[in-house]
Write a protein that binds this ligand. Structure first.
Ligand SMILES: Cc1cc2nc3c(=O)[nH]c(=O)nc-3n(C[C@H](O)[C@H](O)[C@H](O)COP(=O)(O)O)c2cc1C
Length: 189
């Protein structure tokens, strides 16, 4: 753990509610190959209602829970699908809801890493760059590399949810290592 007493706590969430989601599988694979010096809790975005700014001063219990978990985490790991060349509404909605009301942004200053799997050939690249754009205003600190983009997901992830492709597994491990190192650096100030 290189001098830090406490492991880095990572909160992971996937931008898909689908039971067989490839992106949920990426998170599960990450949990199974977590390097020493970190913990990973996976939060399900199910139950976060469509954001309505009229109600932002009284968020739902699920949104409160999500915000508390973000706040408590040392780092975030987001697995995003790509929908119509961008991030899915479920993910954007959850981020929008958690970021409000103005002045109560739990993402502020958080280290974050992104990965994504799609059935298309670009492996969520476009979704990931849109997500990175939101990090600017949220004042998050993203890991730049490696970029974990898994194209043609059924070739790398089985229906049982196992990530079988060794290169993909190596990239996920590399991303986790980079996120933990980055979070440790930021924690030291
Ligand atoms: C509304 C919608 C839009 C999609 N748009 C894209 C896209 O732009 N690029 C892509 O590679 N796949 C696209 N797909 C296919 C997704 O890659 C595929 O559904 C994937 O399994 C979603 O991630 P998940 O398995 O984590 O739910 C789209 C799927 C849906 C339902």
């Amino acid at each position: 753990m290189e001098g830090n007493e406490r492991p880095i706590s990572i909160l992971g969430f996937a931008g898909s509610l689908r039971k067989g989601s490839y992106n949920r599988m990426l998170l599960r694979a990450a949990a199974q190959m977590l390097p020493e010096g970190a913990t990973l809790e996976i939060f399900d975005l199910e139950g976060i209602p469509p954001f309505n700014q009229d109600l932002e001063q009284s968020p739902s219990e699920r949104v409160k829970e999500f915000k508390a978990k973000i706040r408590a985490a040392d780092a975030l790991l987001i697995a995003t699908p790509e929908y119509n060349y961008s991030m899915p509404g479920v993910l954007k909605n959850a981020i929008d809801a958690a970021s409000r009301p103005y002045g109560d942004n739990p993402f502020d200053g958080k280290p974050v890493a992104i990965m994504g799997a799609s059935i298309g050939m670009t492996g969520t690249a476009r979704a990931q760059y849109h997500l990175r754009q939101s990090f600017v205003w949220l004042n998050m600190f993203p890991v730049n590399q490696p970029e974990v983009m898994v194209p043609f997901a059924p070739n790398s992830i089985t229906e049982q949810g196992e990530v079988t492709d060794q290169k993909t597994r190596d990239k996920i491990k590399e991303l986790l290592t980079a996120l933990i190192a980055w979070a440790n650096r930021l924690r030291q100030g």
